[in-house]
Design a protein around this ligand. Structure first.
Ligand code: NAD
Length: 469
């Protein structure tokens, strides 16, 4: 079977799903493997599941996390969900979605994340442990629809929780497919049914209902500023993983060709939708042309005509300056065609020289468009990067060998992720050290979230015993 045939079959499955021909039925018919008609049933089922999970050992929870990993890593599942996410949301690249789904399965930490703090002394023993919240409500974005569900499910279940997801309505079918796939595998491995749930028709109303339900003890929002603000105003404990506008600084000490390749690779990854992806570059004037020359050799198309740059900005921006949804995560080739420029499939990024206040510099666009701003020196570049990041304190990237300037930028921008001399995705474990997450909680401070981020710390004390020294 060739790739076209496989894609045709997947499209048919997607079509059938949209007509609700395919929803896997569980034998007792109480749920469709985690997918419910209404929110209160989805929460009640997750609540029952969590209580059963809490009875089981941490090794069992870790085993369930491994079941999720194995299910995702099956080549057919990986292909299906990656293709389906791109088909349904019309965002991103299938090959990059596969990398992201794979890293979510492989590099989200398991039980090793939950380290007990113990003190023994003359007065006995004290332990502090990471314990479950109960049912977690997790709101997920269109840009990483499957990655966020995979990574958060692993972390939350390892932490002893169940989770009700509120996916973006435009990622409904993909989320249903994934949640049913995971629940089926979990149930078959002996896990409680409905550890992961959602409603059949996600909507803002359903999300609001979820936020108000007293059985939901923790809210986690992965998305833009609106939803982060909403969960933080809910009166419940909330984790907010919000927007970024990651700047890149390149100074005269950087290896310019390598910097050019890293920037093109990071910025074009999944067509620039990751919140961590390079969104604008500030380069010292003396190296700007050399950087741009090499970027062109690594797959960037340079716009030189002011009229084309203006046409591009108008094409992809709404009146209020926000990105037009229909261009978020689209291929560079597709966007260029719309302004009358035809390029080969090798082109994965659009670049142009501009000034620091250009709208495409200041706005988070989530498209393979990367403005390059030449500035007189590295101090000015760091200053501009600070302004362009808008205090999100999310992600920044710097290409430099100057330790003092690297430290200066890291301290000034205070980002959750600061990547030096590598593509931005090194910051979430793709080619770099460290674990992964697709919920990077800058605003509420958990940072690179993992099982412990979704747990409560509880203390247990025994007086005058178990001090055996
Ligand atoms: P979005 O804010 O439009 O939607 C995110 C989720 O919130 C969706 O499920 C949506 O349905 C829901 N939502 C939005 N407004 C709501 C409301 N008023 N009431 C109830 N639910 C609401 O974002 P998006 O376009 O899907 O994702 C892109 C944004 O998310 C970017 O800003 C990106 O930087 C950010 N993001 C951040 C992280 C992170 O880890 N920090 C990860 C991925 C994406």
């Amino acid at each position: 079977m060739d790739n076209n045939m496989i894609e045709d079959i997947i499209r048919q499955v997607i079509d059938d799903l949209s007509k609700e021909k395919i929803i896997i039925k569980q034998s007792n018919n109480t749920s469709n493997y985690g997918v419910f008609d209404n929110m209160s049933d989805a929460i009640d089922a997750a609540d029952i599941a969590q209580k059963k999970l809490y009875e089981l050992s941490i090794d069992e929870r870790d085993r369930f996390a491994n079941v999720i990993r194995e299910t995702i890593l099956k080549e057919d599942n990986l292909n299906l969900m990656s293709l389906m996410a791109v088909e349904e949301t019309a965002i991103g690249r299938v090959s990059d979605k596969k990398i992201k789904n794979k890293v979510a399965a492989l590099k989200t930490p398991g039980k090793e994340d939950l380290k007990t703090n113990a003190i023994s002394g003359s007065n006995g023993l004290m332990i502090e442990e990471y314990c479950p919240f109960g049912v977690i409500g997790s709101i997920t974005p269109t840009t990483n629809p499957t990655e966020t569900i995979i990574s958060n499910s692993i972390s939350m279940i390892v932490g002893g929780n169940s989770v009700v997801f509120s996916p973006h309505p435009r990622a409904k079918k993909t989320s249903i497919l994934l949640i049913q796939m995971l629940n089926k595998a979990l149930v078959e491995s002996g896990a409680p049914a409905n550890l992961i749930t959602m409603v059949k028709e996600p909507s803002i109303e359903a999300t609001n209902e979820m936020m108000k339900n007293p059985k939901v003890r923790l809210l986690v929002a992965t998305g833009g500023p609106g939803i982060v603000k909403t969960v933080l105003s809910s009166g419940k404990k909330a984790i907010g993983a919000g927007a970024g506008n990651p700047p890149v600084v390149v100074d005269e000490t950087a290896e310019i060709e390598k910097a050019a390749k890293d920037i093109v690779d990071g910025s074009s990854f999944d067509n620039n939708v990751p919140c961590i992806a390079e969104k604008e570059v500030f380069v010292v004037e003396s190296k700007a042309d050399e950087l741009i020359y090499h970027m062109q050799n690594y797959g960037a198309y340079l716009l030189i005509n002011d009229l084309d740059i203006e046409k591009l900005d108008k094409l992809v921006s709404q009146e209020n300056g926000k990105p037009k949804t229909e261009f978020v995560g689209k291929d560079a080739k597709y966007i260029l065609e719309k302004i009358g420029i035809n390029v080969s499939d090798d082109i994965k990024l659009i670049i142009f020289k501009t000034h620091k206040n250009h709208h495409l510099v200041t706005e988070e666009m989530m498209m393979p468009i990367l403005p390059v701003v030449p500035v007189p020196n590295v101090d000015e570049a760091i200053k501009c990067a600070h302004v362009a990041e808008h205090g999100n304190r999310h992600t920044a990237i710097m290409h430099s060998k100057n330790v003092d300037k690297l430290s200066k930028m890291a301290k000034l921008l205070e980002c959750t992720i600061f990547v030096k001399n590598a593509p931005s995705y090194s910051g979430i474990g793709v080619g770099g050290e460290g674990s992964t997450t697709f919920t990077i909680a800058g605003p509420t401070g958990e940072g690179i979230t993992s099982a412990k981020s979704f747990c409560r710390i509880r203390r247990c004390v025994i007086k005058d015993s178990f001090n055996i020294r």
